[in-house]
Design a protein around this ligand. Structure first.
Ligand code: ADP
Ligand code: MG
Ligand code: MG
Length: 251
């Protein structure tokens, strides 16, 4: 479903991704692990279509569609969802207003009718309950004054509502206490399905005890240097990334 071939990306003359190859199949949960600075966030931004990144070579194809030729909103309509490492606080924009705008933008791009407020409320309440998000939060400005865990749950709420085909979670575990980690992981696990794939980016193995991946890829210096099953995460936890760093530097 998602196929990345020879992706080369730079920002301000710095090469960040150096010929990255990655395939994620339908229904697969793929974890990407790697040291800080290896380009994990850059990869997620480039898939989602954030500006500022110069793609020098390669392709990203989702279900036959070339994502690199699409605007960020078209990619979202095609089913790409990125949960941020640090969700933004947006003062002055109510959470419900934001959710409505996000959902309706997607529906518009797909030629579907807009959701009415009662329809939206019904959906949000149903999903919010599962994620233990209190209705008070939905009345507040987006993410403003939310704890780390609350922001992450809000991201999972957005993800559940948008029903994406390809979900990217960039270090969703950072700053989460164990209860928030459980809620977020359960939320993600509930969304696992044969026609939805996940790219779970994490520096630590801990998250992968909760969201058990099908495949694990090691990223170092802007490329995937090793791929394996879920046991690879345990090996990394035990041995660290030093070997991979040397390997990547030698290459
Ligand atoms: P990771 O998520 O694996 O920690 P990043 O993708 O955030 O890695 O960063 C990879 C490299 O790209 C780092 O060396 C970082 O300093 C550099 N980088 C990321 N964003 C920018 C930017 N906006 N301008 C310049 N360098 C950047
Ligand atoms: Mg498909
Ligand atoms: Mg990062």
């Amino acid at each position: 479903m998602l196929e990345i071939r020879n992706l080369v990306v730079q920002i301000e003359d710095n090469r960040i991704l150096n010929g990255l190859n990655l395939t994620v199949h339908d229904g697969e949960v793929a974890a990407i692990m790697g040291p800080n600075g290896s380009g994990k966030s850059t990869l997620s931004y480039v898939i989602a279509g954030k500006e500022d990144y110069e793609v020098l070579d390669g392709e990203i194809v989702l279900d036959g569609q070339n994502l690199l030729e699409m605007e960020p909103d078209q990619r979202a309509a095609a089913g790409v969802f990125l949960a941020f490492q640090y969700p933004l606080e947006i003062p002055g924009v109510g959470t419900m207003t934001f959710l409505k705008a996000a959902l309706n933008a997607q529906r518009k791009a797909r030629g579907e009718p807009e959701l009415t407020t009662p329809e939206l409320m019904k959906r949000v309440n149903a999903v919010g309950e599962k994620l233990e998000i209190s209705r008070d939060f939905l009345k507040r400005a987006l993410n403003v004054g939310f704890s780390g865990g609350e922001k992450k749950r809000m991201e999972i709420l957005q993800m559940a509502l948008l029903e994406p085909k390809f979900c990217i979670l960039d270090e969703t575990d950072s700053g989460l206490d164990i209860d928030a980690l459980r809620i977020v992981s359960e939320g993600v696990n509930a969304l696992r399905s044969p026609d939805r794939s996940f790219l779970v980016i994490t520096h630590y193995q801990r998250l992968l005890n909760h969201i058990v991946p099908d495949t694990v890829h090691v990223m170092s210096s802007g490329r995937i240097v090793r791929s394996g099953g879920k046991e690879l995460a345990l090996e990394l936890e035990a041995n660290g990334y030093a070997d991979y760093r040397q390997q990547a530097e030698a290459a």
